[in-house]
Design a binder for this molecule. Structure first.
Ligand code: A2P
Length: 337
């Protein structure tokens, strides 16, 4: 076993932080000391880890000296303020927010796609990609390497857990209210999420896209190291608790058949192909992704509207591969250096 290291989880009481704890335990990450950090609100609460009860500490008064790896998932503002402090104290910060993702001196890494970028971290900060980009590129990278993707057209079907704990509660509360003929009262989302779909994630930008849609553009180019890739995204929130789905349509420079794409994906790390042409022979968030690590790919078919087009359906647990699992995989790569 590797030498154990001191780990801090910032945002440990959140939806992603909680999954980070599960993933660290499952993968037997070599931990000496574990510090669970959140806001003053949750400080003093106890959280289970591997049969132990750990007391949550207040980030604002925590001294980061001695921390080797800090996993951040408490939102962009918290990362902007505290990640540089942890890095200055000697920690490698793996940040799940979008605070640093576009910075040239912060690598943006999917463990199976561009792990070589991890070593190039002059600020001591590594960015974990957005959940939708993460699962899409885990599936597309092997196809890109072989046939060069020129354009991606993607519509996402994103679960509420990506918005955080309050959104999970909102979907549950609204669903119960509706079934009891009561008013669903939107709070986290601008309109009712129960029994509805919402074509909106993040903030609206001047070009008519939302910030969540543009993350798919910027992050895809940075991770694949190819500024010429064109990406057109529509982000949609659906009333699913865990697991994001994506209808992905790609155009490649070289023609790639569905059979060859399936073969490449069957050998791809982190990917599981579920592609039988029958009812249930495809992945869904509930039947496959929720609680599991792989990025599932199904409905692989040649696009009848384009000579070099391919369509796929990509599903993953957004809290696992989309966030916590990749962060822990990056931490494993750091300690293996
Ligand atoms: P807290 O429990 O104290 O609010 P989610 O995305 O699921 O809503 O989780 C957000 C996580 O980030 C929680 O652990 C939350 O802790 C934490 N967090 C939010 N704001 C701060 C802050 N200002 N300082 C430290 N942790 C914060």
């Amino acid at each position: 076993m590797k030498n154990p290291v001191n780990v801090a989880i910032v945002g440990a009481t959140g939806a992603v932080g909680e999954t980070m704890l599960k993933v660290l335990a499952e993968r037997e990450f070599p931990i000496r000391e574990l510090h669970l950090l959140a806001s003053e609100r949750s400080a003093g609460e106890k959280v289970d880890f591997n049969g132990r009860r750990i007391v949550v500490e207040n980030l604002a008064t925590f001294d980061p000296a001695g921390i080797d790896i800090a996993l951040f998932s408490a939102g962009g503002d918290v990362s902007k303020e505290y990640a540089p402090k942890f890095a200055a104290a000697g920690a490698v910060v793996i940040d799940n927010s979008s605070a640093f993702r576009r910075d040239d001196d912060v690598p943006l890494v999917v463990a199976e796609v561009n792990p070589e970028q991890l070593k190039n971290r002059p600020r001591g900060i590594v960015a974990n990609p957005n959940c939708s980009t993460m699962q899409m590129l885990t599936a597309l990278a092997p196809i890109h390497r072989e046939a060069r993707i020129e354009r991606i057209n993607v519509a996402t079907y994103q679960s509420v857990s990506g918005t955080g704990r309050r959104a999970l509660e909102e979907l549950g509360r609204q669903t119960a209210a509706m079934l009891n003929f009561q008013d669903p009262k939107p709070e986290v989302y601008p309109v009712q999420i129960a029994f509805n779909v919402i074509p909106h994630g993040g903030d609206f930008l001047d070009n008519g896209y939302t910030s969540e849609e543009m993350k798919l553009v910027w992050e895809t180019r940075k991770i694949l190291g190819d500024e010429s890739i064109q990406v057109n995204a529509t982000v949609v929130r659906v009333p699913v608790f865990y697991g994001h789905s994506e209808a992905v349509h790609i155009e490649t420079r070289e023609k790639i058949s569905a059979a060859r794409a399936r073969e490449l994906l069957e050998g791809a790390p982190g990917v599981e192909v579920v592609d039988e042409q029958r009812g249930g022979g495809y992945p869904t968030p509930v039947s496959h992704a929720s609680g599991n690590d792989p990025v599932y790919v199904g409905r692989i078919r040649e696009d009848i509207s384009h000579p070099r087009g391919l369509s796929l359906w990509v599903v993953a647990d957004n809290l696992r591969k989309g966030a916590a699992l990749n962060a822990v995989q990056l931490a494993e790569l750091v300690i293996a250096e």
